[in-house]
Ligand binder design. Structure first.
Ligand code: AMP
Length: 214
């Protein structure tokens, strides 16, 4: 499979995690999801985890230097990536270009998953996650087979602490303010593929494949 470097951009709740899992399976990419990394650090109580936890609980962005430093350490030795939830600011996008250039690499495309705010609020409002393997479910749109239990590992599902109405609103505000400009940045490089994402996961995935011309 040829090397591929992709960025997945979209508001919270648009289905980045779901699509990332499908893309990783199909294209054999290394999945680099900053949100998952931060949650893992916080759960393990590391210094980094303690630093980022308050930002995450409030729905704010972790400072750029912390995020970029962590990402730099995860790139070494690989050449096919899916960046998920990163970059979220123009400074991060510039840093990513520089990090890839140091490795003699560049991004192919930024995939923008697009939906209206109401869809996001509805999706996040019912989201359930497995604290062990990261699988996500939805009370209404994709419930687990046994209520409240992960289909894959049987663990008790939880509601993410930042999936409450107030924090969801803040995360949407942060997306509009800080992350939309990231799309303008990639647009100026002619790299944005816009994918309408209100449909089912399979429909959205088919649209991504089409947008990638693969
Ligand atoms: P996510 O799982 O992608 O929704 O991310 C959850 C939280 O992690 C965000 O609300 C931020 O607090 C933090 N986070 C994740 N990725 C980034 C990033 N690239 N820059 C800054 N903060 C981030």
């Amino acid at each position: 499979m040829p090397d591929l470097r992709l960025v997945l951009v979209g508001p919270p709740g648009v289905g980045k995690g779901t699509q990332a899992a499908l893309m990783v399976e199909r294209y054999g990419l290394t999945h680099l999801a900053t949100g998952d990394m931060f949650r893992d650090e916080a759960a393990r109580g590391t210094d980094l985890g303690l630093t980022v936890k308050n930002y995450m609980d409030r729905g704010e962005l972790v400072p750029d230097e912390v995020t970029i430093h962590m990402m730099r350490s995860r790139l070494a030795g690989k050449s096919s990536f899916l960046f998920d939830g990163f970059p979220r600011t123009v400074a991060q996008a510039e840093a990513l270009d520089a990090m890839l250039a140091d490795l003699g690499l560049s991004l192919e495309k930024a995939i923008s998953l697009e939906v209206d705010d109401e869809v996001v609020v509805e999706r996040l409002g019912g989201r359930l996650v497995c604290p062990i393997d990261g699988s996500t479910y939805h009370r209404k749109f994709g419930p687990p087979q046994a209520e409240g239990r992960c289909d894959r590992c049987g663990a008790e599902l939880i509601v993410r602490k930042d999936d409450n109405p107030e924090t969801i609103r803040e995360r949407l505000r942060v997306f509009r303010e800080s992350t939309r400009p990231v799309l303008d940045y990639y647009e100026s490089q002619g790299k944005v593929a816009r994918v309408p994402s209100a449909g089912s996961p399979d429909e959205v995935f088919a649209a991504i494949i089409e947008a990638l011309g693969a």
